[in-house]
Each structure stands twice: as structure tokens, then as C-alpha cells.
Write a new protein. Structure first.
Length: 176
């Protein structure tokens, strides 16, 4: 039904626009008087055809867009999912994305824990082995210095503590 109205409107506005243009181009147009209450307008028939055709074209296109929007809303309402179904789908999507986020955060936490645990544990074991070898050194003075450093490594050490302590260990202590 809407298609017929749009087609008729486009055809009529096309005829009015082309006829008005033809009248203006051939210069054979007549003057047309319009008597309104208190106002007398004298216009050209070509200009009136162009104005009427333009107005009808705008009116037809506006009506077509409005009818299309109304049909789209009607189709969504009648053929689309109900409000409860849309809500159920949205909850399912939110649940899935939430579980993905929780899983990603959990994986990242485990990776950080593993990196921290493995890195600190390996450094601590290496430092303990180095201190143990240095304590059993042949030179008693060097062994006393290493025992003094052994107490410097505590849980309350500042950041970079084991690295700083390892850098201060005597280089000449035999580790064999």
C-alpha cells in the first residue's frame, strides 16, 4: 500500500517538476493570478509547477521514510524477541563476559604468583648456596665477613635487597 503511494507521489512530482522546468526554459509560460484574502499574487505557471513538484517530492519522501520506520517498528514488535527473551539473552551475554573477565584475571594472578615465586625462590636458593660455599672457605677472615652478611638478608630488606647483598659479596671467596 505504501509503495503505491510513494510511486504515485514520485510520478506526480516528477511530472510537475519537468513540466515547470519546460515552461521556464521555453519562455512560453503564462502569468497566473492568485487572489487570496487581502493579497493578490501574480506568478508564472512554470514557477508554480516547480514549487508544487518540489513540495510534493519532499512530502512523498518524508511519508516514505515515516512509513518505513513504522513498518520496521511493527515488524520488530511482532516478529522480534519479547522483552523477557531480550533480557534473558542480555543476562546470558553479561554472564559469559563476566566469567571471561574473572577467568582472565585469575590466569593473570596465577602467572604473577608463579613469576614472583619462581624468581624469588631461585634467587634465594642461589644466594643461600653462595653464602654456604663462602662460609666454608679456607680463609677464616673471609668466612667471618660472609657470616656478618648472612644476617643482613632478612624479610624486612628493602626492595632490591638480595641483589644489593649479592653485589656486596666478596668476589675473591672460593666457591669450589
Amino acid at each position: 500500500m505504501t509503495g503505491y503511494g510513494v510511486t504515485a507521489g514520485l510520478l506526480l512530482s516528477g511530472l510537475l517538476l519537468s513540466g515547470g522546468s519546460w515552461e521556464l526554459l521555453t519562455s512560453a509560460s503564462e502569468s497566473v493570478p492568485f487572489d487570496f484574502p487581502g493579497v493578490k499574487v501574480i506568478s508564472n505557471i512554470g514557477v508554480m509547477g516547480l514549487l508544487t513538484g518540489g513540495f510534493l517530492l519532499v512530502l512523498t519522501l518524508t511519508g516514505a521514510l515515516a512509513a518505513g520506520a513504522a513498518e520496521r517498528r511493527l515488524a520488530d514488535r511482532l516478529l522480534g524477541p519479547s522483552g523477557q527473551e531480550r533480557m534473558r539473552r542480555r543476562i546470558a551475554v553479561l554472564t559469559a563476559t563476566r566469567s571471561d573477565i574473572v577467568r582472565a584475571v585469575d590466569d593473570e594472578r596465577r602467572r604473577i604468583e608463579r613469576d614472583l615465586h619462581d624468581g624469588v625462590q631461585q634467587r634465594g636458593i642461589a644466594l643461600a648456596m653462595l653464602l654456604g660455599r663462602a662460609q666454608h672457605a679456607a680463609d677464616p677472615a673471609k668466612a667471618r665477613r660472609v657470616r656478618a652478611l648472612d644476617g643482613a638478608f632478612t624479610v624486612d630488606s628493602p626492595p632490591g635487597g638480595p641483589t644489593r647483598i649479592a653485589a656486596t659479596l666478596p668476589k675473591e671467596v672460593p666457591c669450589a
